[in-house]
Design a binder for this molecule. Sequence first.
Ligand code: NAD
Length: 432
Amino acid sequence: MKKETGKKMPEEQDPYEIAQKQLKNALDILDYPDKENVWETLKEPERILEVSLPTHMDDGSIKHFKGFRCQHNTALGPAKGGVRYHWNVTRNEVKSLAMWMTWKNSLAQIPYGGGKGGIIVNPKELSEKEKERLSRNFFREIALIVGVNKDIPAPDVYTDPQTMAWFFDEYAKVKGYPEYGVVTAKPPLIGGSQGRTEATGFGTAVAAREACKKEGIDVKNATVSVQGYGNVAWWAAKFLHDWGAKIVSASDSKGAIYVKNGFDPVELHKWKEEKSANHTVTDWEGEINEKFDPEERAPLFLDVDVVVPAALENQITGKNAHKVKGKIIVEGANGPVTPEADQIIRDKGILDVPDILANAGGVTCSYLEWVQNRMRYYWKKERVMNELEANMVRAFNETYKVYKERDIDMRKAAYVLAVDRVVEAMRLRGKL
Ligand code: NAD
């Protein structure tokens, strides 16, 4: 994760209100006789731990940070979800992200509940050593409630495989032995899985390909625009390009580019990472037909077959949804489309593949890592990618079937499936 992800937009709603509204919508459709009871049980997390993190700075002073780990629901298995380092982290944000993880894992049919964590910190202001001390502090404090069978963290905004390596090592000290499956997305040398880096973008590309099939669009001739050019966006663009699609637009915090004849995503990625002084797509040396300011959010409103918002939350809103011209939206980012925009998009006849489906490739690969850790037997990349692809296709088809049968939007279809599985598991376990 780099720089700007997670920046709050002016029109941003409280994410917990959004998460609860989405749950309520699903329960209205499912209409259980004990609906009120189910709502009361699921609307709040099972637990949230708040930890205080006094941390030594390099200059000898001590700074105090606050962190959270939340487990929304564990009916289907141990909690699973990332840890975010960001100055905008709040208790409510962590709670909503944990709830979304419950539904994402349920929809992907991986045997996990939903969890999430975060520290209120600007990691760019810390040295590498300070980040390490803070990470170790945090994991030691939450070791009370995490564990290979309890809650398995992973990276999120501004945390990465190195952070997971520190978490893993600190937990090994607490336990007295290395527990490889306690965190995922570790570096491969210490138990990470092949394919984890590209897993989310690959899953997003698979969701886009399947959506094209259903809408009668040949992916070989499809035009695609991506918002963002970070991990999810560029890998999604790369795989879609490999399958013949024409990628015509990409963006970052400095602005967006439009290339009528399409560009090679690998070339653009190399340029941004290795040659661009400001690490931006906007100064690319290749052919560019038009450039846009970041506030215009141009990739979202181009006349293309597939739009992939893969940067930030709250991007397609009640105020701008009428401008979307794409035939399909595939939500690589978490929460890029607000509830107000959902109805407008549906009325326009656009197929919107929701985040809990479209970006589930990352957590699915994390699950495969956890399985390999527990077996102490590591798979070749091809096997990981095949399992990942099959699971994405299955989840997509199941969701699409409910979307058609119930005549609701894809987000509601995904929620209906995911919430119903959690409720059923709770009933089987005598919790409801
Ligand atoms: P990243 O930090 O690698 O990339 C984010 C990109 O967004 C960067 O290119 C950044 O320049 C761009 N950006 C920032 N502000 C922008 C703006 N105003 N306009 C356009 N672009 C802007 O992050 P990522 O891992 O690719 O994550 C992107 C989204 O996907 C987030 O919502 C994240 O929660 C979600 N997600 C990521 C994963 C994963 O495995 N990486 C898994 C599930 C969901």
